[in-house]
Design a protein around this ligand. Structure first.
Ligand SMILES: [Zn+2]
Length: 220
């Protein structure tokens, strides 16, 4: 089964804070929606991610056990293996200008893995991802390209945020809940709806000689 959305992110909670509503919305519409966490630094964060995924109604997440991101060829290959296996139409990851060093590292790594997944020289069943979207976790996008109306699934996103007790406890006054709601309101105002999530579209180069299909006969 191919298609759908795969979110690939640095830490458990990034998927919920950055694109939880979008994931829940597409899962509810019957699409295949998955999540891959590149790290899992503390014992409690794996179970929290699984609870968040349940609240969002998406597939059981894939969790790499690393404590931090070391963007080696081996790690890129493990990520491209997941992409080839999962065959998503859309991949969502971090911004290249995110304030968090590991989010920036994840962006670089995921972009590379998306490229590798499409190489017929690496994979017999190479897979070319159609769209790479970049989400905002705590760093905001100055001029978003895409707004997704997540009003209908907002309670699911709230429930998923609530699954991250270990992270919410760092800010007892409710920083994360407040920030996520105000961010969604801001994006909703811009998008002409109630609550929204915003993304940038990262253009994907398809000029590699290693791609199975390189040319098109129609732009429409
Ligand atoms: Zn993070």
């Amino acid at each position: 089964m191919s298609g759908g959305i795969l979110a690939i992110f640095a830490h458990p909670d990034d998927e919920t804070f950055g694109c939880g509503g979008t994931l829940a919305l597409h899962a509810e519409a019957g699409h295949r929606v998955g999540a891959l966490s590149l790290t899992c630094s503390d014992a409690e964060r794996g179970p929290e991610l699984r609870r968040a995924a349940e609240a969002l109604g998406i597939e059981e997440p894939i969790i790499f056990p690393e404590g931090s991101i070391d963007p080696t060829s081996e790690l890129i290959r493990r990520v491209s293996d997941v992409i080839v296996d999962r065959r998503p139409s859309v991949v969502i990851t971090h911004l290249p200008f995110d304030y968090h060093r590991e989010h920036r590292a994840a962006h670089e790594l995921v972009k590379e893995a998306v490229e590798w997944a499409g190489h017929a020289t690496i994979y017999e069943d190479a897979w070319v991802v159609e769209r790479l979207l970049l989400m905002e976790v705590n760093t905001l996008i100055p001029s978003p390209h895409v707004f997704v109306d997540v009003s209908d699934v907002w309670p699911r996103k709230e429930a998923a945020i609530g699954a991250y007790a270990s992270q919410l406890a760092k800010f007892q006054w409710g920083y994360y809940q407040d920030f996520m709601e105000k961010k969604a309101e801001l994006r909703g105002t811009q998008g002409g709806c109630g609550y929204a999530e915003a993304f940038l579209v990262e253009p994907l180069a398809k000029n590699s000689p290693f791609f199975p299909e390189k040319a098109t006969r129609s732009l429409l």
